[in-house]
Design a binder for this molecule. Sequence first.
Ligand code: PBG
Length: 342
Amino acid sequence: MGFITWYICSMINLPIRPRRNRKSAALRSMVAENHLLLSDLIFPMFVVPGENQKIAITSMPGIYRYSLDLLLAEIGECVNLGLSAFALFPALPDSIKDKFATESTNEQGLYLEAIRRIKACYPDIVLMTDVAMDPYSSDGHDGYVEHGEIINDKTLPILAAMAVAQAKAGADILGPSDMMDGRIGYIREALDDAGFTNTSIMAYTAKYASAFYGPFRDALDSAPKFGDKKTYQMNFANSKEALIEADLDVAEGADILMVKPGLPYLDVVKLLADNFQQPIAAYNVSGEYAMVKAAAANGWIDNDKAMIESLVGLKRAGAKIILTYFAKELAIYFKSHQVGAL
Ligand code: PBG
C-alpha cells in the first residue's frame, strides 16, 4: 500500500464528524447556540445644545451629535426600525462646566430636558442615562477633584443628586459609569428615599481604564484635563477584581451588571455571566466601533460581517445586553435582509 492510499484509508473511519452540522445554511442556523436580536441592543446617542444640529464625529463615522429636535426625529426613525432601548450622553460647552458638576441637576439644562422630551414622545422605549461627573466637570474627571486627587466620598452625594434628577426626568435605567466605591448603594438609597424605587440601575461594574474610549472623549470633548482615570477605572491586567466589583454592585442593589469595553474583555463577560444571576451587559465601545469602521473604509475587512461577528461574540461570551454604536446599522441590516435574528 502506498503512503497516500494508506493515509486516506486511515482517515475514513470517523463516526464523529462535526462538519455534518455545518453543511448548509439552514442546518447551521438550526444548531446555532447564540442569536442576536434587536431587543438585545442599546443604542448610545449624543445630544448637543441648539437646534437643527447634526454634527459628525470624525472618529466615529456614521455617528452624530444631535440637537434635541433632530435627536427626537432620529430616535423615531430607530424605533420604526425596531430598536427599543437608547443610552443618552450630553455634550456640553466648557463654559457651563465646573468642579461640582452643578449643571447635572439643572432642570432647565439640556440633559434633563432631553430625558423629559424623549420619554414624553416615546413612553414605551427604555431610556438609559449616564451618571458620572465628566460631561459637566471642568476637570474632565468622573469624580470630584481636590489637589489633583479624585475624592471618592465627596463624589457620592453629587452622583446621588444627579441620579435623582435623572430619575425624576423619567430615566428608566441609570448607568453609573464613574467607578467610585460605594456609589451603587449610595445612589440606590437616594433613589428609594426620593420615591424612585422602580428606577433601575445598570452598574458599570467592570469598567477598565481603556484606550478604546478615545473616540467617545472626542465626541463629548470630555478627556481628563490632567492625568488619567487609572485611580478609579480598573487595571486591564485584572479579572478577579471584576468579581469583587460585581459582589459589591449586587449587594448594593444593581439590577444589571456591565463590562466595558466589550471585545478585549470577553473573558470578564464570561466570568460575570458564569458567577452572577443578574443580566450581564457589555459595552461595545467607541474605539471598537472606530476600528471596524476604519478597517472597512480601507477595504481591509467587511463592515457587516465584522459587525455581526463582534456582536454575536459578545453574546456567546454571556452578554444578554449589548450597548453598541452599530445598533441602528444592524436594525437596517435586519430590515434589508428580512431577518428577525442573526
Ligand atoms: C465616562 C464614560 C466614558 C464612556 C462612557 N461613559 C468614557 C470614559 O470613561 O472616559 C465611554 C464610551 C465609549 O467609549 O463608547 N463617564
